[in-house]
Structure formats: structure tokens, C-alpha cells
Design a protein around this ligand. Structure first.
Ligand code: SF4
Length: 529
């Protein structure tokens, strides 16, 4: 049997960092390796030939010989996932789709896939393989219970071109105890966190160490979802890193309450965590309560971010606009919070209602959902629009305010201010990426050309400003550089996104060219300087 597993291309987003991969770290092509497909490969019978193609790293080989083609995908990949499925089906392959979106809406693939694997695949995928071998595959394999993570095998990282990824994804636990209204994770994985054994983690890290991996991202929905298990993991990682001379640099997703546990932050630092990603979403308490993200209301968000910085750990975060409690003042409030907190990797999106989530069901009841089909599924990327009819402002106000917020945040002056605000709160020096000197020198030369010189005098001034604290603490230089690379990558994305959004607004509202030119002039005051 020949199995081809495909990860469809992701649309450009805050997390693509395309500018950084095209201009600076040209040996990298994607931020994170596709862990789901590597896990699926490990669940496949040993007698099958397996190939994984990640379209974010290499083009799809349409002529490859395969009996079965498995295509994964999140909601944002849905249109591309369908295209790929249809094309391979035409060629006579048995097409299987899976992943987060197929788990939520298996019925949306009935015309392009032979089989849908919905939910966690540890028990269902081996069943499909057996059925396929005897020529009796079903149309749907749905996991209805919860998988014991101690049953999950070590993913086949060896089938991936790991040198092309900025970080290699691994997972310790699934599920999150919280109940944010918009979250699809708890719909698919449940609210009771389940974890692997420490022995499993050790074996996986040993494999990655042998493969020369340095940067590892724990893609757990919430690494601290089960605090006692997380503490055990961090103690183990601390000891593992000591044993292996701090071989790995880690990153993880955690909920904001990580800042309420100083000992946990100290443990993260001891285990060599460079950054944590936190879903801050909004500085508005009313919006947090509305979306049932009460855990974020228990500690002031600014204080929480600063507590993390105090341990020398960087914070990446997501922000959302368009809650029912949001009115037109939310854009300024978000802007002020993001600048004040110093967060550079700040992903700002419109609130979107994914099918099967409590938010979707509430808005459906209230008749406040728009059809995705109207926009040809472009809305799946919550950067170009939303399927929600907003309450506190008009569609136009929401989209204009959102676009203007992104552009304001992307200005060089604002990037420098954020970096300075962060540096002011740093306790320990954050962990830097560890790479050979030649690579560092090459990256630096490219950064000077593409990041500094091309930016012009205004950027030189703001960059110089942001480096001032390094006169006293020169070991901060790599950290400041890294923040500029991340900030400029996001800026480049925002500029592209802004053009796309303007084009969409013209089409959607059929704005006359003259009015559009006038709006361009008005908008230009908000453009990055
Ligand atoms: S904290 Fe994150 S993972 Fe947990 S329910 Fe909320 S959005 Fe989902």
C-alpha cells in the first residue's frame, strides 16, 4: 500500500512570517512542522509506504503513485483541502480527509472525499487502514470518546524535512478546562486535559535530539490545562535539559493564568522556555465575560504579561475585536494595550463563529450569522471578514477600525515603542536562538540590508532608539534583533493584507473608483510610517 499524506498550504497570516523566511532565514520555509500527519504516519501499518508532503514547504507532486491520499486541514485550509481532495479523487486515489475542520463538519466533504476521519485518529485510523486493506473502507470514522494519550505512538518526525521548519511541533496534552465561547478546541478535544507519560516525552525528545533539532514548540491547546501534570513535565524537562546541556529551546501555548503561578514561571524558565503564547483576546472585561473567558479577568492582563517578562520569557498573544460588548472605542483600547504591554508578536483578528461552537449556536439562534458561501469561503481567514453580524457597530465600522488598528500597530515608531516597553520589564535575559556563527553572520547581513538599510532614515532612527537599552545590557542585542525580524515580518503581512482588504471592500460594496481614491487618501494617515 502506498499512502500520501498532505498538509495543504496555509493562507498568509500573522503566523506565516513569510518576510522573515524570504529575506532573512532563507533555509526555513514554515514556522511549525505538521505534527498531525507525523502522528498519523506512526499509526499506519509498518508494511505501508508513506510519504508526507507539506505544501507550505514543497509543492505537491500530483503524479505520485498512491492508493490512499490523506489530507489534513484547519478551517482556514478548508478551500485548499477540498481542491486537493477533488484533484486526487479524479485520479482514482482513495481520498481521506481529517483534521480539526473535518472533525467539526464531516458533511462538508461528502462530494470530494471517500472517507472522513473525524476527531482524534489514534483508534480510528488503524481501523480504516485494516478496512482498506480488505477493500471495505467506510465513509466516516468518528471518534466519539476520548483517546488515552498514553496510547499514542512517537510521531514519524523522520518523514519530515525538519531543517525547513523554524520549530518542530510536539504535544504533551490535549484538552483545556476552560470554556471560551468561540473555542473549537474544547468541542473536538473536550475540557478534561489528558496527557502523555513522561517516558513518551523523553523518547520523543531523544529522537529529535538525534535528528539535530533545537527549537521545539509544545502545541498543546493549553500546556498548563492540568497544573499538577504540567509541573511534573516541567520538572522532568528541567532535569532532561541539564542532562543534555540545554539542547532544546522551547515555546508553548498557555492560558493567561500562568502569570498567577510564579513558581510555574520559574519552572518554565529553568526548562529553557523562550516564549509562551497567550490568548489575551481583549482588554475589555465586558467582552471577556461575554465570551466566558473568566480566567483572563482574575488578573490584570498588563500585570500578567509583565510577570512573564520578569522571568525572561517572551509573550506572543492573540487579540480579537468584534465581541458584542465592543463598540468603536475598542480599537484604541486594543492599540494602547498592545503598545503598553510591549507584545510584538500580536495576532489581531475579527471574532469568527466556527460551526459547532457555543458562539455559533448562540448567534444562529439570534439570527446573527452570515453565510460563508456568500464570500466564497474567503472569510475562513478571519482577517478579511467575519460571519458574525456585529452588535456594537456596523460591518463597515468593524472592518475599517480593524484595518486601521493593524496599520497603526505596524508602524516602525510603534514597533520600537513596543520593544522598549518590553525591554523595560525584562528580568532575566531571554534565551536566544542558538545557531552556528556562520548562520548568525549571514542572517545579520541580510537583516542589515532588508530590515535596516531598505527601511530608510525613519526606521534607522526608531531602530537606534530601540537598541539604546542594549548599551547597558549588550546580551539583549540578539533578542532585540529577533523582535525586529518578527515585527517586520508582521508589518509586511499587514501591508499585503491591507491591499487585499481594500480590494475586497471595493468588490463587496462596489465602491466607485473616485470614492475609493478618496478613502485611500483618508486611510493613508493611518499607514505605517
Ligand atoms: S483557554 Fe484557549 S484552549 Fe482553553 S477554552 Fe479558552 S480559547 Fe480554548
Amino acid at each position: 500500500m502506498k499512502l500520501l499524506l498532505i498538509q495543504p498550504k496555509l493562507p498568509e497570516s500573522f503566523w506565516s512570517f513569510s518576510w522573515a523566511f524570504q529575506k532573512i532565514a532563507r533555509d526555513k520555509r514554515s514556522p511549525i512542522s505538521p505534527l498531525g500527519l507525523a502522528t498519523l504516519a506512526a499509526l499506519t501499518p509498518a508494511t505501508w509506504d508513506i510519504r508526507i508532503i507539506d505544501e507550505n514547504v514543497e509543492p505537491i507532486d500530483w503524479d505520485v503513485e498512491a492508493n490512499v491520499v490523506g489530507i489534513s486541514g484547519m478551517a482556514v485550509q478548508f478551500p485548499r483541502q477540498r481542491e486537493i481532495a477533488a484533484r486526487f479523487r479524479e485520479r482514482g486515489c482513495h481520498v481521506v480527509v481529517g483534521g480539526p475542520y473535518a472533525s467539526l463538519c464531516p458533511e462538508e466533504y461528502s462530494d470530494v472525499a471517500d472517507t472522513v476521519v473525524a476527531g482524534e485518529a489514534e483508534y480510528t485510523w488503524p481501523r480504516f487502514c485494516k478496512d482498506f486493506e480488505i477493500g471495505l473502507p467506510n465513509a466516516l470514522y468518528r471518534e466519539t470518546g476520548n483517546v488515552e494519550l498514553t496510547d499514542t505512538p512517537i510521531p514519524r518526525h523522520d518523514l519530515l524535512p525538519l531543517h525547513h521548519y523554524q520549530s518542530v511541533a510536539i504535544q504533551f496534552s490535549r484538552g483545556c478546562p476552560f470554556r471560551c465561547e468561540f473555542c473549537d478546541i474544547i468541542v473536538v478535544f473536550g475540557r478534561k486535559p489528558r496527557a502523555k507519560s513522561l517516558g513518551q516525552v523523553e523518547r520523543e525528545l531523544d529522537l529529535l535530539r538525534r535528528m539535530g533539532v533545537r527549537n521545539v514548540f509544545f502545541i498543546d491547546d493549553n500546556l498548563i490545562g492540568h497544573l499538577p501534570r504540567c509541573r511534573e513535565l516541567l520538572d522532568f524537562l528541567d532535569e532532561y535539559q541539564k542532562r543534555h546541556e540545554y539542547r532544546f529551546i522551547f515555546g508553548a501555548e498557555t492560558s493567561a493564568n500562568v502569570a498567577s503561578h510564579p513558581e510555574l514561571l520559574a519552572q518554565l524558565r529553568r526548562a529553557n522556555f523562550q516564549w509562551v503564547f497567550i490568548g489575551i483576546e481583549t482588554p475589555s472585561r465586558d467582552s471577556l465575560l461575554e465570551t466566558k473567558k473568566e480566567q483572563n479577568t482574575r488578573l490584570d492582563a498588563l500585570l500578567a504579561v509583565r510577570r512573564v517578562y520578569a522571568h525572561g520569557i517572551d509573550v506572543y498573544a492573540s487579540f480579537v475585536v468584534g465581541f458584542d460588548a465592543d463598540d468603536a472605542t475598542i480599537f484604541d483600547r486594543q492599540f494602547e494595550f498592545i503598545v503598553e504591554s510591549g507584545i510584538v508578536v500580536a495576532s489581531v483578528g475579527l471574532l469568527l463563529a466556527l460551526p459547532r461552537t457555543p458562539l455559533y449556536e448562540r448567534l444562529q439562534r439570534d439570527g446573527r450569522l452570515k453565510s460563508f458561501d456568500d464570500a466564497g469561503h474567503r472569510l475562513w481567514n478571519n482577517l478579511l471578514g467575519t460571519n458574525i453580524v456585529p452588535l456594537g457597530m456596523t460591518d463597515e465600522e468593524l472592518l475599517n477600525g480593524f484595518q486601521s488598528l493593524l496599520l497603526r500597530l505596524a508602524a516602525d515608531r510603534v514597533l520600537a515603542d513596543r520593544i522598549l516597553n518590553k525591554l523595560n520589564r525584562l528580568g532575566a535575559i531571554p534565551i536566544s536562538f542558538d545557531q552556528p556563527t556562520l548562520v548568525t553572520v549571514t542572517y545579520l547581513a541580510r537583516f542589515l540590508l532588508h530590515g535596516l538599510i531598505i527601511g530608510g532614515p525613519r526606521r534607522w532612527y526608531h531602530m537606534a532608539r530601540s537598541f539604546r537599552p542594549t548599551l547597558r545590557r549588550p546580551r539583549l542585542i540578539p533578542f532585540v534583533l529577533m523582535n525586529w525580524v518578527q515585527g517586520l515580518a508582521i508589518r509586511s503581512f499587514v501591508q499585503q493584507h491591507s491591499k487585499l482588504l481594500e480590494r475586497q471592500r471595493r468588490i463587496t460594496h462596489q465602491i466607485s473608483p473616485a470614492r475609493h481614491r478618496l478613502e485611500n487618501v483618508l486611510y493613508s494617515s493611518a499607514r505605517p510610517s
